[in-house]
Design a protein around this ligand. Structure first.
Ligand code: 4AD
Ligand code: MG
Length: 430
């Protein structure tokens, strides 16, 4: 018999089907056993009756335990009282793989224990839902960019240079030379957009973040579009359209998963254009007016971001951060050169920065000076300077953190649950 997936069960009402999966939970009431089977696409209740099942099948069912791998056969019965509206009346049960003392039971476990057992924890309902949303968000990201004519242009992970400051670099020995794990694929998108007009990379990036917060991973995924001849105002529009598309897609395709997560959908439905834009100077003033201990010129901390988004039901775009706290490649604001043509998108509901981007410095001389000022090794950037030597052009781009975006859409507290196997300062396993 061919396998039927639980997600397709409605089409098989009244038929006898074969399901393959794992025992999620079970209970017995004397002559009836209720098995909850999960197969990755869903969970369904299966009923085994002592009276109707062959003796061998009933006997086999006596050894069932949580997460036993099973092949089950039975008739699909539509029943509104059953969870999901269907249940299976079993005629056959075959144990494929036993499961002895499965460590994650349905009772509460501590965070450290669950993270140590991440390889099993992903079978649990909520974790499963978050990672399914992640899958849809990834697809939405690619659909949006591909449909707008962007070319997927992969950036290397082993790199000779830093892009986002030298304090969070993971250094490795590359055949006797220093190399670094990529903090961002941006520097490689810039020559990419000179070749293709619009490009993006989407891959893992690495930062040796020593701070333990609920928003920082040391390995996270970032999508980075870069567009030739685009300037800051259009970049903000691109970011806005991008986020609206992704959130809409999640509302469209992830409702069952968001329900499992008990996510309030109303705030997500309010994520619509236009997002408020706030000049850094105005954001700074707002923070001081609210009485926060914020020093003008500094970057925002989590409480600052929360205060900035507090009055808004949609993401807020803060633009023109001080050049001194931003990366070397950002173009200064012609109106006030101590500021940069940069922008961050801050998600509401306390999630904070999900996007960081800027218009890039396109003047060779200025960029050479910046590299010098930031004490970066000039040789490692010669190729990057070539983009300014041979037909320089205004261009802009941003990076969106996948896990922060997924955390926000799912409404989960900690970013570590938005990636299959999180890496943080004190966690390198499993
Ligand atoms: O603001 P960031 O540092 O920007 C860049 O790396 C640019 N080069 C991107 C570009 O213009 N192409 O990082 C971009 C985003 C942040 O807004 C955040 O969502 C995410 O990456 N991010 C992290 N996510 C999880 N853990 C961390 N440690 C993160 N650091 C940044
Ligand atoms: Mg940033």
């Amino acid at each position: 018999m061919t396998q039927t997936y639980i997600s397709d069960i409605a089409a098989q009402a009244g038929e006898t089907v074969e399901l393959r999966g794992w025992l999620y939970n079970f209970r017995s009431s004397g002559k009836l056993k209720f098995l909850l089977l999960r197969d990755g696409t869903g969970i369904i209740q299966c009923v085994l009756s002592k009276k109707e099942a062959p003796d061998a099948v009933w006997e086999a069912s006596e050894t069932l335990a949580q997460e036993t791998a099973l092949i089950l056969r039975g008739k699909v019965n539509q029943d509104d009282r059953a969870p999901g509206g269907f249940e299976i009346w079993l005629s056959d049960l075959q144990i494929v793989g036993a499961s002895v003392d499965y460590p994650i039971t349905l009772k509460e476990h501590g965070d450290a224990f669950l993270l140590d057992n991440r390889h099993l924890w992903i079978r649990s309902k909520k974790q499963h839902a978050v990672l399914r949303v992640r899958h849809q968000v990834i697809k939405a990201i690619r659909d949006f960019l591909d449909d707008r004519g962007f070319i997927n242009f992969d950036a290397p992970i082993l790199t000779p240079n830093a892009s986002e400051g030298t304090t969070t670099l993971f250094k490795i020995d590359y055949f006797g030379e220093n190399a670094y794990l990529s903090q961002s694929g941006q520097l490689y998108q810039e020559p990419g957009c000179a070749a293709f007009g619009k490009t993006y990379c989407f891959g893992p990036t690495f930062r040796a973040e020593k701070s333990k917060t609920r928003k920082h991973l040391t390995e996270f995924w970032m999508v980075e579009p870069e567009v030739a001849f685009m300037e800051l105002p259009e970049l903000m529009e691109l970011a806005e359209d991008f986020i609206c598309f992704i959130v809409n897609r999640a509302l469209d395709r992830c409702q069952p998963d968001l329900e499992v997560l008990e996510r309030d959908l109303e705030p997500l439905k309010r994520v619509q254009k236009p997002f408020p834009r706030m000049h850094y100077n105005d954001a700074s003033k707002l923070l001081r007016d609210k009485g926060l201990p914020f020093t003008h010129g500094d970057d925002f901390g989590a409480p600052d971001e929360e205060a900035i988004t507090a009055g808004s039901d949609r993401p807020v775009i803060v633009h023109r951060f001080p050049a001194a706290i931003k990366a070397f490649y950002m173009k200064p604001d012609p109106v006030d050169p101590t500021l940069s043509l940069s922008m961050d998108v801050l998600a509401p509901e306390g999630y904070g920065e999900i996007i960081g981007g800027s218009q890039r410095e396109d003047d060779l001389k200025v960029l050479e000076e910046k590299i010098h000022e930031h004490k970066l090794p000039r040789e490692a950037f010669e190729w990057y300077l070539d983009v300014r030597r041979y037909g320089t052009f205004p261009h802009s781009g941003f990076g969106m953190g996948l896990e922060r975006t997924v955390s926000w859409i799912c409404g989960i507290h900690h970013i570590r649950e938005a990636i299959p196997f999180p890496r943080m300062i004190h966690r390198l396993k499993p």
